[in-house]
Every structure is written in C-alpha cells, then in structure tokens.
Design a binder for this molecule. Structure first.
Ligand SMILES: [Zn+2]
Length: 320
C-alpha cells in the first residue's frame, strides 16, 4: 500500500516480493483505488501481509473494522516511511484482532535512499522488546560511530550509523547516515529467530531532526512537534488525530488558537479522553488546546486527505 512513486519503500517491496516469488499486489495507497478499493481488494485476495505507511494502514484497517469486515489471514503488518511509536503498534494490532487476525506481528523497517535497500525487524510479540533490525552482512557493512569524534563504538553502544555498501553498483562509499541509534549494533543470537545476523537495536532518529527538532511556535511557546506527535500516537484511545492552529476569528492581529481534532478509539468515555489528552498536551507544550473536537473516522480520513494527499495531514497551520 505504498504510493506509486520512485522511492525506496515502493521498489524494495516490489523487488523483494518478485525475487522471493511472493504473490503481491501494489495498490498505490488511497490515490488510485481509494480506501474502498483497497478494502475490496483485501476481501478478494485475503492477504497474509500488508506493507505500507502506518497512518494509511491505520485508516484502512479502521474502516474495515467499521464495515464489519473479516480478514482472518493477516500474519504481518510491515511498516515503512514513518516512525512507528509503540502506541501505533498497539492500535494496529488491536484493529487486526478485531478483523479476526489474532496472531499478527507489526514489523517496522529501516532504510534510506542511499542504501538502496531496507532492513526489517524480526517479528516479535507486541509485549516483548524488539529483536532489532536484521542486517545482511553480505550486502553491506554497518558501523556505529561517535558522531563527534568519528571513533567506532563498542558493540551495543549508541552512536551514528555509517553504512558501506559491498555490492551496490555506482555507490561504494562509507556513508554517514546522520541517523542516531540508541541501542547500537549487536552480534549475538536473535532471541526470536535464533539467527546470528548482526542486528541494529533500539530507536533510530535522524541527527538532523535532533538539531532542527522541528520546533514551532504556538502562542509564542516553542513546541517540539516530534515529541508531540509521539505522545498523541501513544494515547491508546485516540485513533487518528490532527492539530490545527489558526488565529482567533481568522484575524491576523488576534492570538493563535490551537484546536486538537481526535477520533476516539474503543472508548465511549469522551470526558476521560478529553482529560488525558489535555494533560498530555500540557505536559509537553505547557499549553492547553483551546478546543478539542471529536470526530468519526470517516471525518478524520477526510481531514487527513487520505487518498488525495501524499502524506496524511496531521499538522495544519491555518494562520494567515
Ligand atoms: Zn530474528
């Protein structure tokens, strides 16, 4: 379910399935077939795995649940193109369970354009720690370095990822990714599949992200949007969400106001959800949203531009 575009996620998926002899269909996310088309296709082929961008996958599975569909064959949901907060894993697992797939693994991938390949996590139970990204040492060499001194770190130490392709035509360089991994590189046996491939452990964040931190000002207060997105994704009873900021009465001379749009998921208690989400928001930004609006999932799909936008619109700045 990746968009039809010349990017790594799409082509990695296409060629992997082709080489492995796996029957696969590319739907090109919502733009070509719409969310309805994606669901109809799932109905026909009964897939064992889906690969796509987390937010889009979330919308598809959620709509399927609401339409009362049964997809009992799902074994894995493979995610690419966006970071995967723990809350998103829980929500996707929960939706798959509601569709009748009780034993589904949510698998994150790591990749970057310059590597011309991506690496997947070992499937693992939701409640256990990830076994890390499994590497292919015959195709490329990973090192973890101290980003300041450039020294190679010991096994399991955090640092910046450096990648050297061993078998890529036209690109033989030792490439500094700018990505920081907090659990480093390990060589012991994977606790899940028992393979002895090297593994990248922990969370990966862009070094440039850390520098830029995607800071923005709301009501004059500096807000780190990465942290805010993660915090909202982690609230169990919020499905999709959107932060909107605008000027009061759309008057450029007036103050900023911030509106949080959320879709309640698996709860009727809007009062409690309102409290939780306001507190989370306040803890991270020292601000309270002016308003919190509840929406149905169909409304949230519309607001995210599912099927019309390249990326779901989670932050909307309507200030003049
Ligand atoms: Zn493994």
């Amino acid at each position: 379910m990746f968009p039809f575009a010349p990017h790594l996620a799409f082509w990695q998926t296409y060629y992997s399935c082709k080489e492995a002899g796996v029957f696969s269909i590319s739907t090109g996310d919502g733009k070509v077939m719409g969310t309805d088309g994606n669901i109809r296709l799932m109905d026909r082929v009964k897939p064992t795995g889906i690969i796509g961008i987390p937010t889009f996958l979330y919308h598809i599975l959620n709509q399927a649940v609401q339409e009362g569909k049964r997809f009992e064959t799902l074994q894995s949901l493979v995610l690419g193109g966006e970071k995967v907060p723990a809350g998103m894993r829980r929500k996707l697992t929960y939706l798959a369970q509601q569709l009748g797939s009780t034993d589904v693994s949510v698998v994150a991938t790591y990749g970057f354009t310059e590597s011309k390949m991506a690496w997947g996590e070992c499937p693992h139970p939701l409640e256990s720690e990830s076994g890390g990204y499994h590497l292919y040492p015959d195709l490329g060499l990973f090192e973890v370095i101290d980003p300041d001194s450039g020294e190679v770190q010991l096994d399991g130490q955090p640092g910046e990822l450096v990648f050297t392709p061993l078998n890529a035509r036209g690109t033989t360089v030792r490439y500094r990714t700018g990505d920081i991994i907090d659990g480093g590189l390990v060589y012991d046996v994977c606790p899940y599949c028992k393979r002895r491939m090297p593994r990248l452990m922990g969370n990966i964040s862009r070094r440039s992200d850390i520098k830029e931190m995607r800071l923005g000002k709301i009501k004059g207060t500096l807000v780190d949007f990465n942290e805010l997105e993660k915090a909202l994704d982690d609230v169990d009873h919020i499905g999709a969400w959107q932060i909107e900021w605008r000027k009061i009465n759309d008057d450029p001379m007036k103050l900023d106001e911030i509106i949080l749009h959320i879709e309640p998921l698996g709860t009727e208690n809007e009062e409690q959800l309102l409290h939780i989400v306001t507190e989370r928001f306040k803890a991270l930004t020292e601000l309270k949203p002016n308003r919190v609006c509840f929406h149905t999932s169909a409304e949230m799909r519309e607001m995210h531009g599912v099927g019309t936008e390249l990326k779901e619109k989670r932050l909307m700045d309507h200030r003049p």
